[in-house]
Design a binder for this molecule. Structure first.
Ligand code: GDP
Length: 474
């Protein structure tokens, strides 16, 4: 995807600071910042934002340069010490520019407003809005799939009465996913359908009720009015705006129009897998001031990735896990929990919950074949060979769904799964499979993988290898 190109350009510019011969001058800094600015604008990121970002980065970094210059004056007579200080300063400035760029990009992608978190055991009505062709109906199916696979009682309502075939498309997806749906071939009033559908599913105690709306209307202003009427009728807990990454800067106006008409609570950006520059849709988030919750990365039901701004930026810039890096810089929780895990592993302890958090880390970090091997004790057959990441990603995702369906006791190693033929173990396996939409055989595979993992960790613990790695990290 084209965003990868942007990542490459940003990396190249930042690298220029590394190779400079010990001294970071104002001119070099300006050159690097103008490279970064150009790369972002070429990727359709909003110009106003890019300028603010440049100014902020500059302000932060210049402060450091001035401070170091003052220090420098103290002992002009020692050339070696000065040279060392320059080297150190160059590396500090480069790290600081990098950190400032990361923070600014994260800030762009992470508005103040927090995403709505659906609650279990109550009806969560989620209204999807967006222009025709943005990928709304497809995204609804992916979203339904996401929650259904995690054991949520999910249903879909089609309130798009404008586009012929809209109901059929939703029905087809719902049938494939085995998700109940509501719609009508004869009723022409979208507000009535939305209300009836939502009422029915609320009465039937559905937890996730997803409403599809039209992307076009007979008159231009009519669409937004229709959204307002539907929103007033179903009183959604969350309104999700679906935006197409291939639309460039144009999505900014759309985003503004929708968010002025209805209370857009979150955003999903689609088609980031194609030739989209992506920057337009990403910066439109600033216009709605609503967080991105998922990115669409293909046409299949599984192609929906939960969005985390820091992980996204870290992948974009190819820094690996910037979140971990930033947390480590700040000495925050993430670094600490990883240390705790290392400590546990050095004693040979490794529960399903530990495996879960490791897999999640990996999923957030980018090219699987690169990072999987970095996890201590990762069984060989789980590490993808070459670039064919898909199968391994899907297997990991399935493993995560299964672990999502486990109880705390199971995750924390308080349940003995070793006798697979015992009726109580069999019944747990069946429950986990049903909760995660997988086959009991797959759950057995997960348990087998964990056993292997655990065995290896135990061996490594005894060898003292993990302890040494943990120390080396500090
Ligand atoms: P709607 O009019 O907004 O409901 O749009 P649809 O859901 O019908 O999607 C329009 C087209 O975009 C369809 O061909 C989808 O398969 C395609 N599409 C939707 N989301 C994605 C995505 O994330 N990636 C890709 N490559 N195509 C997508």
């Amino acid at each position: 995807m084209v965003l990868a190109e942007l990542g490459g350009k940003l990396r190249d510019s930042l690298r220029k600071l590394h190779t400079s011969s010990g001294r970071v001058t104002q001119t070099q800094l300006n050159a690097v910042l103008s490279d970064i600015t150009r790369a972002l604008i070429e990727s359709d990121v909003n110009v106003k934002f890019v300028m603010t970002m440049r100014d902020n980065v500059k302000k932060n970094v210049e402060q450091l340069i001035e401070k170091d210059d003052d220090d420098d004056d103290d002992d002009d007579d020692d050339d070696d010490a000065n040279e060392q200080r320059r080297q150190r300063r160059a590396s500090n400035v480069s790290k600081l520019v990098q950190k400032a760029v990361v923070e600014e990009l994260v800030r762009l992608l992470q508005p103040q407003r927090k995403a709505y978190v659906p609650r279990r055991g109550k009806p969560n009505v989620v209204l999807f809005v967006g222009l025709q062709g943005a990928g709304k109906t497809t995204t609804i199916a992916k979203y339904a799939n996401y929650y259904q696979r995690r054991g949520w009682k999910t249903a879909m309502v089609c309130a798009d009465t404008f586009r012929a075939g809209a109901f059929d498309q939703l029905k087809q997806n719902a049938t494939k996913l085995r998700v109940p749906f509501y719609g009508s071939y004869t009723e022409a009033d979208p507000v009535a359908i939305a209300e009836e559908g939502v009422d029915q599913f609320v009465q039937e105690h559905y937890e996730m009720i997803i409403v599809d709306t039209s992307g076009r209307h007979r008159q231009e202003a009519g669409l937004l009015e229709e959204m307002q009427e539907i929103a007033a009728a179903v009183r959604p807990d969350n309104t999700v705006l679906v935006m197409d990454a291939t639309q460039g800067q144009a999505v900014n106006d759309q985003a503004m129009a929708f968010s002025n008409a209805v209370d857009v609570g979150s955003v999903i950006i689609t088609k980031l897998d194609g030739h989209a520059k992506g920057g337009g849709a990403l910066s439109a988030v600033a216009a709605t001031e609503s967080p991105i919750i998922f990115l669409g990365s293909g046409e299949h039901f599984d192609d929906l990735d939960p969005f985390n701004a820091e992980s996204f930026v870290s992948k974009l810039l190819g820094f690996g896990d910037v979140r971990g890096l930033m947390e480590a810089m700040k000495g925050g929780d993430d670094g600490k929990s990883q240390e705790e895990l290392m400590e546990k592993m050095s004693k040979g302890e490794f529960t399903l919950r530990d495996m879960y958090s490791q897999f999640q880390r990996v999923m957030n970090m980018g090219p699987l074949n690169k990072v999987m091997g970095m996890i201590p004790g990762m069984p060989d057959y789980l590490i993808p060979k070459g670039t064919g990441d898909d199968a391994s990603t899907n297997r990991l995702k399935k493993f995560l769904y299964m672990m999502d369906s486990m109880t705390n006791k199971e995750l924390d190693g308080k349940v003995d799964f070793s006798d697979r033929s015992a009726p109580q173990v069999q019944s747990r396996i069946r429950r986990i499979a049903a909760g995660s939409g997988t086959h009991p055989k797959e759950v057995e595979m997960l348990l087998q993988a964990h056993k292997q993992f655990e065995g290896m960790v135990s061996k490594m613990g005894k060898s003292g290898l993990v302890g040494k790695q943990a120390q080396a990290r500090q």
